[in-house]
Design a protein around this ligand. Structure first.
Ligand code: HEM
Length: 297
């Protein structure tokens, strides 16, 4: 009896991975979607037209994930961020960001298990995703640690600015681009600083990988483009005419995504910042943009 749930979970994970491998292979031999035609017809964002942006108001539920908050701010997810089904999350991240169907099932299914809910029939509010050391963890690139900021929907503006200013890449038109080494370096700094300043700091290997996975979406889905990321990360809004930088017809698979994630994680070296981190922990700026959640507003 007690083995049924773990066995079912492992079987599901194996099936998702097999599905993901086949989608990766199909992507390899399929033509890419044309630039300007990535968002599918009949869905929000087609032809670069996103539904109206309305920032969260008091009582709305928001979370630590800028991509999900942006969807709620555009009404792609419920504008109040509440009562969302995991299936709805699956379908909307597929059409909005062009992650592969395997990823779009895997992560919401993981979130359902994390919240001890049923993927097929239960619902959640965005703020519930901020369960500490579920997916949300210390040393994030956009939020202060939970120890300092209980409302994880709150954007920590100095962190976002530092992240974007750290971009060293350039596209063909000279626009700033975040690169894999940029992301590794800023993640090294965040981890060293958080370790030094947060008396309740924790970051397991598993959550390190989660950290690099979340941040790698900046390089893949958003193509590292700093100008777009300013809007996405500081306003949690999708820029006008924006579309996912993933043009493969079956979207960004776990397998392809993990190539970027592993490079980012491998390049992280906290020791580069360890001596400086304790000193800078004293002087960290505290200016933040407050976002409402049902718990805190
Ligand atoms: C599929 C459902 C998703 C769930 C349940 C989810 C959940 C989360 C959570 C809980 C965090 C906070 C992690 C932390 O503490 O740093 C987070 C961060 C983040 N997520 Fe999501 N997310 C989802 C989809 C996405 C998608 C589709 C994208 C990109 C298009 C994305 C991009 C990000 C980014 C950039 C961060 C910030 C990383 C950082 O601060 O280091 N997420 N997400």
């Amino acid at each position: 009896m007690f083995l049924i749930t773990p066995i079912a979970k492992v079987t599901t994970d194996i099936a998702v991975l097999a599905w993901d491998v086949s989608l990766t292979l199909i992507n390899l031999v399929s033509p890419k979607r044309k630039v300007g035609q990535v968002t599918p017809h009949g869905y929000a964002g087609v032809d670069g037209k996103w539904p109206e942006f309305i920032p969260a108001k008091e009582g709305d539920s928001r979370c630590s994930c800028p991509a999900l908050n942006a969807m709620a701010n555009h009404g792609i997810l419920p504008r109040d961020g509440k009562n969302i089904s995991f299936k709805e999350l699956n379908h909307t991240i597929r059409t909005t960001y062009n992650f592969a169907p395997s990823f779009c099932f895997f992560v919401p299914n993981f979130a359902a298990n994390m919240l001890k809910k049923k993927y097929g029939k239960d619902r959640f509010d965005l703020a519930e995703l901020d369960l500490h050391n579920g997916i949300e963890h210390d040393a994030s690139l956009l939020r202060r640690d939970l120890y300092f900021e209980p409302n994880q929907a709150t954007i920590h503006v100095p962190y976002v600015k530092e992240l974007l200013e750290s971009a060293t890449g350039k596209d063909a038109d000279g626009n700033a681009l975040l690169t894999i080494p940029d992301l590794s370096l800023i993640s090294s700094k965040r981890r060293a600083e958080a370790r030094a300043e947060n008396p309740e700091f924790s970051l397991s290997k598993f959550h390190k990988m989660f950290g690099s996975s979340n941040s790698s979406t900046l390089l893949t889905i958003f193509g590292g483009r700093v100008r777009d990321l300013e809007t996405v990360l500081l306003e949690e809004r999708l820029p006008e005419a924006w579309e996912s930088r993933i043009r493969e017809p079956y979207g960004l698979t776990l397998m392809t995504f993990n190539k970027t994630v592993l490079k980012v994680e491998k390049g992280i070296d906290e020791t580069k910042f360890a001596p400086a981190a304790a000193a800078s922990a004293e002087t960290t700026s505290r200016s933040s943009v407050q976002k409402p959640t049902e718990e805190t507003s």
